[in-house]
Design a protein around this ligand. Structure first.
Ligand code: EPU
Length: 420
């Protein structure tokens, strides 16, 4: 397994270009199953997760062509069964259920396995399919959904920890080809949901209200092919802005949607870092150690859970005591034990990490446990004294396109050691 070595203490400066959003690209690629016609999707990041999704589409019968960041999917004929060995590597595979149900009126997809960021139920997705008229069975590790026809319904996607993002996506994708009108109440408002709705509307769907708590979908009888640019990855942008805060002399991220990153830039401003906006780019300027603060993750437009680990890394060397609470995934703290190995002082109290800032972090061998936790360890390594060795790098490759190379472009000394 590859490792990343980070030689700490090198100041970062300059600019990098942000890739297309992983969490937009995945459901958009799944949505290409809704039409027989070719769909051209630009800005698909080259990640193991997007590659898994393309493998799933191929398994389901679609023809997939990939040239750099542009993917063309033609799903002239599809079958509706995605077995465990095809979907097990990625939890987001669950988002093929909606389009398969919409198009084939049946789907069998293996249940996603466990996830280190916490219990990740899909009860809301299944309730939504049932409300549309589908029967749902969980048998031998598979989810089977089938319906002679789908009919519009009023469906609530708000659960105990807020609205579900992929649940909202799944119901939109099933409902676009149903009879009548579907209303999703308590819908996720994430920019990735809006991007999917825009893609579906370009295919001929009639969706209104994406980006608000209430989405209205008027079913149509068929969809056609289209061409689309995936939105920039707001979490990649946020991660590089935090890198700039931790070790930067002035770092600029280009090709971003500033509004999508607002909660992150607001928090970095509260930490004391000057932020400059210019059209589609954001710069963060140095200002010494971060100021400690209280931070809670919330569904969009709140501060994203996908940036919680990176903020823990930044606040590890802040001035004072910070409290970071993850309200979306209360158990998403696998990075804490690893940060402590680097000298961070963090105490977990339920869903809250209490972080007492230290003056320095010390390099150590650490293990990546999930995507964002791995990013946090790399960020901590930028500041630590010595060479931090992050193993299980495949977690990073799931969701960051060329993270090590992009950090290198900013002046970091990061090496990837290939497994023998
Ligand atoms: N939940 C339920 N029931 C459900 C679905 C979700 O209780 O049926 C709960 C979850 O357990 C969680 C909360 O609702 O506590 C929110 O989960 P959500 O369903 O919104 O998560 P998701 O759609 O599975 C997406 C992203 C995640 C991101 C979350 C929250 C994709 C492919 N994944 O997951 O991204 O953390 O939304 O914003 O879009 C990542 O990129 O590192 C990542 C994990």
């Amino acid at each position: 397994m590859d490792k990343i070595l980070i030689h700490g203490g090198r100041p970062l400066s300059g600019s990098i270009k942000i890739s297309g959003s992983k969490n937009s690209a995945l459901p958009i690629l799944a949505a290409t199953l809704l039409t027989r016609e070719p769909c051209i999707v630009h800005g698909v990041p080259d990640l193991s997760d997007t590659n898994y999704m393309l493998q799933i589409l191929t398994h389901l019968g679609a023809q997939v062509e990939r040239a750099s960041g542009t993917v063309t999917v033609t799903a002239e004929k599809v079958h509706s069964v995605a077995p465990y060995d095809v979907v097990r590597k990625m939890r987001a595979s669950v988002c093929v259920l909606g389009p398969l149900l919409g198009r084939c009126k049946e789907a069998t997809v293996a249940l996603p396995g466990g996830c280190v960021i916490g219990d990740r139920p899909i009860d809301l997705h299944l309730k939504g399919f049932e409300a549309l008229g589908a029967a749902v069975r969980v048998q031998a590790g598979d989810i089977k959904v089938f319906a002679p026809k789908l009919s519009g319904a009023v469906i609530n996607m708000h659960g105990k920890f807020g609205p579900t993002v992929l649940g909202t996506d799944n119901i939109m994708m099933a409902a676009v080809l149903s009879d009548g009108v579907t209303v999703i109440e308590g819908a996720a408002q994430e920019p990735e949901v809006v991007d999917l709705a825009n893609f579906l509307n370009q295919m001929g769907a009639k969706i209104e209200g994406a980006g608000t708590r209430r989405i209205i979908i008027e079913g149509v009888s068929e969809l056609h092919g289209t061409e689309h640019w995936v939105i920039p990855d707001r979490i990649e942008a946020g991660t590089f802005l935090v890198a700039g805060a931790i070790a930067g002399k002035g770092v600029t991220v280009n090709r971003v949607e500033p509004e999508h990153v607002r909660a992150i830039t607001d928090v970095l401003t509260r930490c004391g870092f000057p932020i400059k906006f210019a059209d589609r780019s954001i710069s963060i300027l140095p200002n010494g150690a971060a100021t400690a603060l209280e931070l809670k993750t919330e569904p969009y437009p709140g501060f994203p859970t996908d940036m919680q680990a990176q903020m823990c890394a930044l606040l590890s060397t802040s001035k004072g005591i910070s409290a970071v609470t993850d309200n979306v995934f209360p158990q998403r703290y696998m990075h804490v034990a690893e940060l402590k190995r680097m000298g961070a002082k963090v105490q977990l109290e339920g869903a809250t990490a209490v972080i007492e800032g230290v003056d320095r972090l010390l390099a150590a061998p650490v293990m990546a446990s999930d995507l964002r936790a791995s990013a946090a360890l790399v960020l901590a390594g930028l500041k630590a004294d010595g060479v931090t060795e992050v193993s299980r790098v495949y977690h990073i490759d799931r969701g960051y396109e060329r993270l090590d190379e992009k950090l290198g472009e900013l002046g970091a000394h990061v090496e990837r050691v290939k497994a023998a």
